[in-house]
Ligand binder design. Structure first.
Ligand SMILES: *[C@@H]1O[C@H](CO)[C@@H](O)[C@H](O)[C@H]1NC(C)=O
Ligand SMILES: *[C@@H]1O[C@H](CO)[C@@H](O)[C@H](O)[C@H]1NC(C)=O
Ligand SMILES: *[C@@H]1O[C@H](CO)[C@@H](O)[C@H](O)[C@H]1NC(C)=O
Ligand SMILES: *[C@@H]1O[C@H](CO)[C@@H](O)[C@H](O)[C@H]1NC(C)=O
Length: 340
């Protein structure tokens, strides 16, 4: 089961069936969930107000406000649920993680060595069997399309200006801004009106080096195209793995869920991303867009994360191939069932 079905584990236990979690984010994020009860005990403030660096085994110091969104506000129902469910892990027969050894070796080791839990609490075995990604993404509906990850017209304008000034070639997927009209939002499929949403003359001025795609693009196919030099991503873990498998470096612009946490991991630890520096309310101006796009495409730093991402692409392939770390982890898991 995944994290959101934590209660299912008690049913498995009642029936005497070994229950496993499948953790769909990275090992660094898992380390933070395992450590959450200890963090909770050490303060009575909300993480969003704590204004400190959290020390979580196996990951770089994490600004408390960069923890996964649902655990930022202490009195929130979501916080209670996450806290409660993060202890469910401990009763499982094992945790299967969508990551691979050489991507997050420090976090994986810290968890396996039991460093994320109190000394007297055993850590269930973890099985890093990733990267698992869809070979072809399909255009789907789902909540994601309704309300998350949408930019206002004002924000779209800043992105446009930044891209224009960056002098780089680009492919940009533009979606409609959030709508107050639920029926439009749910229909969601109305394509954006680019002439209305983007700055005057932008399309014309960039037509030789920019391609705007309305609403949706096949991300995996695009990432694997030879012409691609970089990817501005919200850093959902699936997108991160898709970029790694394609060997494409990232500019990290987190929006929700555990994406701010992922940014720290990608920038500080794995070193395959540059941070987009948003203001306190999440707004990113044209200057920042221009700066980061240029930095990614045309700087030593950009080149160094590009090299590192390409190396990780080979390591991802190696992990999945016969006798690779993920292959071995999956084999161990299956063998443990045969011995049962
Ligand atoms: C966690 O547990 C609560 C009840 O204890 C449940 O309602 C919720 O769906 C579970 N999952 C998450 C992610 O909160
Ligand atoms: C919402 O959008 C739908 C579909 O375009 C339209 O029929 C309806 O009148 C709108 N409602 C409001 C309150 O604007
Ligand atoms: C991010 O922006 C703030 C101001 O908005 C600035 O003080 C800070 O130095 C910037 N950080 C980086 C890494 O550029
Ligand atoms: C743009 O954003 C950056 C990063 O947040 C900030 O440092 C800078 O002052 C902003 N520039 C303008 C003109 O607002």
């Amino acid at each position: 089961m995944d994290f959101f079905c934590g209660l299912g584990l008690s049913v498995a236990i009642d029936l005497n069936i070994p229950g496993y979690f499948f953790f769909t984010s990275g090992a660094g994020c898992l380390a933070s969930f395992l450590t959450l009860p200890a963090i909770h005990k050490n303060t009575d403030k909300s993480l969003k107000d704590l204004n400190t660096l959290l020390s979580i085994p196996g990951v770089p110091p994490i600004p408390s406000s960069d923890m996964p969104k649902p655990v930022l506000v202490r009195n929130d129902k979501a916080y209670e649920c996450f806290l409660e469910n993060s202890t469910q892990f401990l009763k499982s027969a094992g945790i299967i993680v969508n990551t691979f050894e050489s991507l997050e070796s420090r976090a994986i080791r810290a968890i396996s060595d039991g460093l994320c839990l109190p000394e007297d609490v055993p850590t269930p075995p973890i099985f890093c069997i990733g990267p698992l990604i869809f070979a072809h993404n399909q255009r789907g509906g789902g909540n994601d399309d309704v309300s998350l990850g949408l930019f206002t017209k004002e924000q779209l304008g800043e992105i446009a200006a930044g891209l224009e000034r960056s002098d780089q070639r680009f492919l940009w997927v533009v979606r409609n801004p959030p709508s107050h009209n639920q029926s439009v939002a749910i229909a969601g499929q109305v394509d954006p009106d680019l002439d209305y949403l983007l700055p005057d003359g932008f399309l014309d001025r960039t037509k030789d080096r920019g391609l705007i795609v309305k609403s949706w693009a096949p991300q995996v196919a695009v990432l694997n195209h030879d012409s691609l030099g970089g990817f501005v991503s919200h850093c959902g873990w699936n997108s991160v793995l898709e970029a790694v498998c394609a060997g494409v470096p990232i500019v990290s612009w987190p929006l929700y869920a555990e994406q701010r946490f992922n940014r720290v991991i990608l920038v500080e630890e794995i070193k395959i991303a540059l941070p987009m520096n948003e203001s306190l309310d999440g707004f990113v101006n044209a200057t920042e867009v221009e700066k980061r796009v240029r930095e990614l495409m045309d700087s030593e730093k950009g080149e160094s994360i590009r090299k590192r991402t390409k190396a990780l692409k080979s390591e991802a392939n190696a992990a999945l191939s016969e006798a690779g770390t993920s292959w071995i982890a999956l084999t161990k898991l299956v063998e443990s069932w045969n011995q049962g």
